[in-house]
Write a protein that binds this ligand. Structure first.
Ligand SMILES: *Cc1c(COP(=O)(O)O)cnc(C)c1O
Length: 406
């Protein structure tokens, strides 16, 4: 039986437990359980200090000189650091900029244009909405067809399902590493190899895995990946996304938003667009330097503790959540909508019950914050560095109390 005592013991044995105090809000009595760090990570205390000093020093005092001193290169230098610490990417393959949606648009367009004569994009029906909406628009724009994999909303895309739809017509396969709804963890090397066997490119959306699941983009032979920084990278609401493009592909790709910041010589301000070599060509306009500040502290913290320790904690947390839900009476009919094996899921657990919409609203009023996903999924997002087992237990108890009353 999962219990408060067990949660306390797990916290006592957790080598990352003391890191929780580094986050603002971890001692806020009005929020007894924050279970939505997979939508918006908590701020680090170091980030509050960094943002304040950024305003007074880097921006307020260095002024326009900041561009020459650091900011012009920050999309690439911070990209390299995210790549080295969280993506298994050698330097020169990651850039930070735009939102995930805009980067996905740019890279999907670039990828399909790099496979002329191929007329199909493969995508799954349970991929994140923005991914699905983007390919609808791009297919219309470029006269392409969509091949949908009907994926299981409690699981994800299997190698056999992908094998059944890819072929000589496939230009691009667009998949998510961790399914935003079910938490299913896709087999990136196997699925990437299947797409490559048919001559297609693959774009991995790593929004829900980066900084919670170890990623080895270079080793896995990934072509392109895009991810968020405001979830497990704690960059703050709307912090910019990042893109990885494998080195040998970079100069073969042309992205459609041809802005001056991606130009080979932006300050010549000359006629005609000529893309910069390497990752800079994937930038468009002036990057959000303010938006890049907070996530630097989280990347430093991850570098210190390592992705292996983060993954180990994440598995302990999700196992404890599943165990606690399993203890609830079968007559409540709460269903697990996440793979049962810890190694087949990311860092959130989704449970389903018809009353979860109303229950989630009540919990939010009481300072217990999971996420609701229509039609009746409750997502328990477990951010390994900022969530404790006792916090998770408190949240699960609050859900249980609501269910008892039904
Ligand atoms: C959060 C998330 C996004 C969000 O894209 P934005 O442009 O930042 O709104 C995209 N894809 C996945 C898989 C996500 O989890």
């Amino acid at each position: 039986m999962a219990s408060l005592v067990e949660a306390e013991e797990l916290d006592a044995r957790d080598p990352l437990a003391s890191r929780r105090e580094l986050f603002i809000g971890s001692d806020d009595p009005s929020v007894s359980a924050y279970l939505d760090g997979n939508s918006l990570g908590r701020p680090l205390r170091a980030s509050a200090a960094r943002l304040a000093s950024f305003a007074s020093d880097a921006w307020g005092s260095r002024l326009i000189r900041g561009w020459d001193e650091e900011w012009f290169d920050l999309p690439l230098s911070l990209g390299d650091r995210i790549g080295a610490i969280t993506l298994g990417a050698a330097a020169g393959q990651v850039a930070v900029g735009d939102s995930t949606t805009v980067l996905l648009y740019k890279l999907i367009r670039a990828a399909v244009d790099a496979r002329p004569g191929r007329t199909e994009i493969v995508v799954d029906t349970d991929n994140f909405p923005t991914d699905r909406y983007l390919v609808e628009g791009i297919a219309a724009e470029r006269g392409l067809e969509l091949r949908w994999i009907e994926s299981d909303t409690r699981g994800g895309v299997s190698p056999a399902e992908l094998e059944a739809v890819v072929g000589a017509k496939t230009a691009l396969v667009l998949l998510s590493h961790v399914a935003y709804r079910s938490g299913f963890l896709a087999d990136v090397p196997a699925l990437t190899a299947i797409a490559h066997d048919s001559g297609a490119l693959v774009l991995w959306d790593v929004c829900h895995s980066v900084a919670s699941v170890p990623i080895e983009l270079d080793e896995w032979g990934v072509d392109i990946a895009v991810g968020c920084t405001y979830k497990y990278l704690n960059g703050g609401p709307g912090s910019p996304a990042f893109v990885y493009v494998r080195r040998d592909l970079q100069n073969q790709l042309s992205q459609p938003i041809q802005g001056w910041m991606g130009h080979a010589a932006p300050f010549d301000m000359g006629p005609g667009y000529s893309p910069a070599p390497g990752m800079r060509r994937f930038l468009s306009g002036t990057p959000s330097i303010v938006g890049m500040q907070a996530l630097r502290d989280m990347v430093d913290l991850i570098a210190e503790v390592g992705m292996e320790a983060i993954r180990a904690k994440s598995e302990t947390l999700t196992r404890f959540a599943v165990e606690a839900v399993d203890d609830w009476p079968a007559s409540w009919a709460v269903e697990l909508a996440t793979p049962r094996e810890a190694e087949r899921r990311g860092s959130h657990v989704t449970i389903e019950h018809p009353a979860f919409k109303q229950i989630t609203a009540e919990l939010w009023r009481r300072g217990v914050i999971p996420d609701f996903r229509a039609p009746h999924g409750m997502r328990l997002g477990l951010s390994p560095l900022s969530t404790s087992h006792v916090e998770l237990w408190n949240g699960l108890e609050a859900v249980r109390e609501q269910l008892v009353r039904l």
